[in-house]
Design a protein around this ligand. Structure first.
Ligand code: CS2
Length: 488
């Protein structure tokens, strides 16, 4: 079977959309760090729209900080891949041409540095997941004990981390008299721009205080809110698309119709005229809080409670009436902690979100969302819990989600089947929970885990009591019984 490539593009069925611009004439104004499926279904599509609108400055050089897998999928395809948008029975395939090349950073660190330092590069986008920032989730301080960050603190000749690449390339730009790029974090972190800026400035300061000052004065790190559900591609997805297209595409991504990107309007250099799915605004935080606490908070609850019940996909969890009630209850609680922007109709947003979660053809795995819980909990569940406790309000649904996360750490679901806890702190948490003989002890161990739990919450008896109550129910009767108990 031949592969999708520049050569086979013309053979695709007529209903497959494809680049409407001359790829050979594209310049790369963007470097993206962390080319996973999310980037390919989100920012790359936005830049592909810009290229289709005939501004050819905005092609992408993409980099992977770890594995060669995506490069090996995309290189034989000349960087082309298909985005398959699925909405129930309807689907639309579109070939995206924005990515011009993929660099595997550990193999070619100097090539990536050169791309970042190039005068044609104006925007850096990053999807490196929460843990890629090397910042403590509870305090936001650099994790100096992280081996890769420790290496970058010693030398930036061949950086190991994303902040390391940014600092090293900004140093080159400064030395060459080129102004800094705008660095746009596209991860689900609160104040992602400020966090990225903090990590970059702190690392720069350790190497060269003048460089740090220059970046602080001339660089830009806008806050962003990114939203699109992008489930991991499966072998069956690739086989089905191959049948449809007549060529094989190993780099395809599948996603939903919805795409939103809210960006703080703070660029230090050129930027494209973005299309309709990008909103430029002065204040991203109200958008970001609504998205993190409503969409992502519910997602994490669904992932742990569904995962403990042995349910593989989000839409299948929501087929349980008690699970729908849980999501609504969690939203009722989270909603009182928000200051939504005037343009956001929260009731409509909640209705649309439930419909997005219900999309039966996305097949979004609960296991995928359950990953890296220690990095996600704070912004999704703990911050709204803290706000509600401060206001003297109840936290039943939010704390059920946290208790389900605690139970997930044991590595066994309600039927006794084992799962791997995929989390950078899995080992440390397992050690903290070892030899804790009852639920109250396990809750105490988690509350004392300061990499995840802010001190004020760790001391709060109302949280301790609520978590213990839920953990007892989860451990003795299972997740579905806990959902029924919440419903009352
Ligand atoms: C999900 C997100 O895996 C997860 O943690 O909650 O990836 C979610 O699908 C996106 O943020 C949607 O925009």
């Amino acid at each position: 079977m031949s592969r999708l490539s520049s050569e086979t593009l013309a053979t695709l069925p007529a209903n497959v959309l494809r680049p409407g611009y001359d790829r050979a004439a594209v310049q790369c104004g963007v470097v993206h760090i962390g080319i996973g499926a999310f980037h390919r279904a989100h920012q790359a599509v936005v830049f592909d729209d810009v290229l289709n609108a005939d501004d050819l400055r905005w092609g992408i050089v993409a980099a992977s900080l770890r594995s060669p897998a995506v490069r090996d999928q995309m290189q034989p395809q000349d960087g082309l891949y298909t985005m398959l948008v699925r909405d129930g029975a309807a689907q639309q395939a579109r070939v995206i041409g924005a990515v011009q090349r993929v660099i595997v950073a550990p193999e070619e660190p100097q090539t990536l540095l050169a791309a970042l330092a190039s005068p044609d590069t104006h925007i850096i986008t990053l999807t490196i997941t929460e843990k890629g920032y090397k910042l403590d989730p509870a305090t936001g301080a650099l994790i100096e004990a992280d081996p890769q960050l420790a290496a970058d603190l010693v030398s930036l000749d061949s950086p190991q981390t994303a902040p390391g690449y940014l600092v090293a390339s900004l140093a080159r730009r400064r030395a060459a008299g080129i102004s800094p790029f705008t660095a746009v974090s596209c991860d689900n972190l609160p104040h992602n721009g400020a966090r990225l800026r903090g990590a970059v400035l702190e690392l720069a300061r350790r190497h060269d205080a003048d460089l740090a000052e220059w970046i602080a004065q001339h660089g830009a790190f806008p806050e962003t809110m990114v939203d699109r559900i992008v489930p991991a591609t499966t072998a069956e997805d690739i086989a089905a698309l191959t049948d449809h297209m007549g060529v094989e595409d190993q780099a395809m991504v599948k996603t939903e119709p919805f795409l939103q990107w809210v960006i703080e309007d703070r660029f230090c250099g050129p930027r494209p005229n973005f299309g309709a799915c990008v909103q430029l605004t002065a204040a991203v935080a109200p958008w970001e809080e609504a998205k993190l606490r409503l969409l992502n908070g519910a997602h994490s609850g669904i992932a742990y409670l569904g995962g403990l019940s042995g349910i593989a996909h989000v839409h299948e969890v929501l087929a349980l009436p008690d699970a729908r009630h849980f999501v609504e209850a969690l939203w009722d609680e989270a909603e009182t902690t928000l200051s939504p922007p005037p343009e956001l109709d929260v009731a409509a947003y909640r209705r649309d979100l439930m419909a997005r979660f219900d999309n039966p053809t996305l097949r979004h795995r609960t296991r995928q969302i359950a990953m890296d819980g220690s990095q996600k909990l704070s912004q999704r569940l703990l911050t709204p819990i803290a706000a509600r406790l401060e206001a003297g309000q109840g936290i039943d649904a939010l704390s059920l989600a946290v208790a389900a996360w605690i139970r997930w750490q044991a590595g066994q679901d309600d039927s006794g089947a084992s799962h791997q806890v995929d989390d950078p702190l899995a080992g440390a948490m397992a050690a903290a929970l070892a030899d804790r003989h009852d639920a109250a002890d396990r809750v105490a161990a988690i509350l004392a885990f300061d990499a995840v739990m802010p001190p004020a919450l760790a001391r709060d008896d109302r949280l301790r009591v609520s978590l213990t109550r839920w953990l007892v129910i989860l451990e003795t009767h299972g997740a579905q019984a806990a959902l029924a108990a919440l419903r009352g």
